[in-house]
Design a protein around this ligand. Structure first.
Ligand code: PTJ
Length: 256
């Protein structure tokens, strides 16, 4: 593995460092090889957003924060990319809500589960579901490895957070009666389109904002939380994202 020093002066230093971290975590079995491809796809969509959290994403974060505070048994599903990109933040999010953390993988292997659990423990997690075979069960209507879930977590959850999802599970979770929230830079992905609440943003940017919003909304009563959640319309929100991208591209075309 070739390690490089990324000079601070490089205009894309931050982005290169994120890539380097993902490559390293791939060698440590945290990130699947396909996770590197998924990241590249995410980066391309992030360019289209201007690499900022756009206003529709902020509205989604607010609705998602309200939904989490209203949920009885919320679970944060963690895959390899999430564990590599924002381990401390995802653990802090689980403590802030509070919500269970469950490892759930598409490219599932015991080696990877161990490596991801180690990563989350180092980031401060005390309880991690999805590890012990004695608690595992299977979701109905799903054939991929993502069907293997924890009896104490996703199996009994009313709300599941599935960031950077590959698409086949969202519908299965919904068909199993769960509410689904995702983070996906691609507003056109099946998961983005099917989820109840989609945050079109980079997970690295949005989880800290999410934590802030939950802390702010903790002071609100149930009625306020319910109205924030019911006033949110995911289809309209994705339409706003697409409009934002189109307007941004038109502006750039006019300026060039
Ligand atoms: O760790 P595993 O085995 O569970 O596998 C994880 C991956 C990501 C490989 C798997 O879920 C997969 O193949 O996902 P997809 O189908 O490539 O979808 C991932 C989605 O996440 C894509 O729509 C990307 O645009 C999006 N994405 C990538 N990086 C980010 C992102 N969204 C938000 N923030 C990012 N940093």
């Amino acid at each position: 593995m070739i390690k490089i020093e990324v000079p601070d002066s490089h205009p894309r230093a931050k982005s290169i460092r994120v890539r380097e971290n993902l490559i390293e975590k791939c060698h440590q079995n945290v990130v699947a090889q396909a996770g590197l491809i998924a990241h590249g796809r995410g980066e391309a969509f992030d360019y289209l957003l201007g690499e900022i959290t756009i206003p529709p994403a902020q509205e989604s974060i607010r609705a998602a924060a309200a939904a989490f505070l209203l949920a009885k048994h919320p679970v944060l599903s963690v895959n390899g990319n999430v564990a590599a990109l924002c381990p401390k933040e995802i653990v802090l999010l689980s403590q802030t809500i509070p919500a269970k953390l469950e490892i759930n993988l598409f490219y599932r292997s015991q080696k990877r589960i161990k490596a991801i659990a180690k990563e989350l423990k180092m980031a401060g997690a005390s309880e991690i579901l999805g590890i012990e075979k004695k608690y595992s069960t299977q979701l109905k209507n799903l054939e991929s490895h993502r069907r293997i879930v924890d009896k104490r977590g996703i199996e009994i959850a009313d709300l599941v957070f599935v960031p950077l999802e590959d698409g086949d599970r969202t519908e299965a979770l919904i068909n199993n009666g769960k509410e689904v929230i995702t983070v996906d830079l691609n507003p056109l992905s099946r998961t983005a389109q099917k989820s109840h609440i989609t945050i079109v943003d980079n997970i690295i940017r949005c989880v800290p904002l999410f934590i802030n919003e939950i802390n702010l909304l903790k002071k609100s009563d149930m009625k306020t939380l319910k109205s924030i959640k019911t006033d949110f319309d995911n289809k309209k929100s994705i339409a706003k994202v697409l409009l934002h991208i189109t307007q941004q591209l038109s502006r750039m075309a006019e300026e060039s």
